[in-house]
Design a protein around this ligand. Sequence first.
Ligand code: THU
Length: 131
Amino acid sequence: MTSKETLITAAREAKENTYSPYSNFPVGAAVLLDDGQIFKGTNIENASYGLTCCAERVALFSARTASPAKVIGLAISIGHNEAGLSKESLVPCGACRQVMSEFLGPEVPVYIDGNRTFTMDELLPHSFKLP
Ligand code: THU
């Protein structure tokens, strides 16, 4: 399997463990580090809705907690496979893009299950950075 296929498979696996009883909208993500490790995340919702954490952030925070190695790829699998979501729905939310831009260099690929591959810079040009 290519690293793209491996990562998308990991994102789909993560999605199986979604905790999304309020939206019923599962998301999975997987992060590849340059030391070869893969970390997964799924969306974790809460009865206090605003406390929900997206899959991308769960995966990135888990990766960084385990290792300071560089992120060299991220895959996302969004929604129910049978739902026939439009390409506009198969993209990470704005908050996650900002968090991703902290850890993914501008050329790092973001593989989206069912959609094309974007670079980080395509998803969020001009991201906020502290001086
Ligand atoms: N969600 C993610 O996990 N990632 C995104 O990029 C967009 C939205 C989750 C949050 C919530 O649990 C559900 O999808 C519906 O918004």
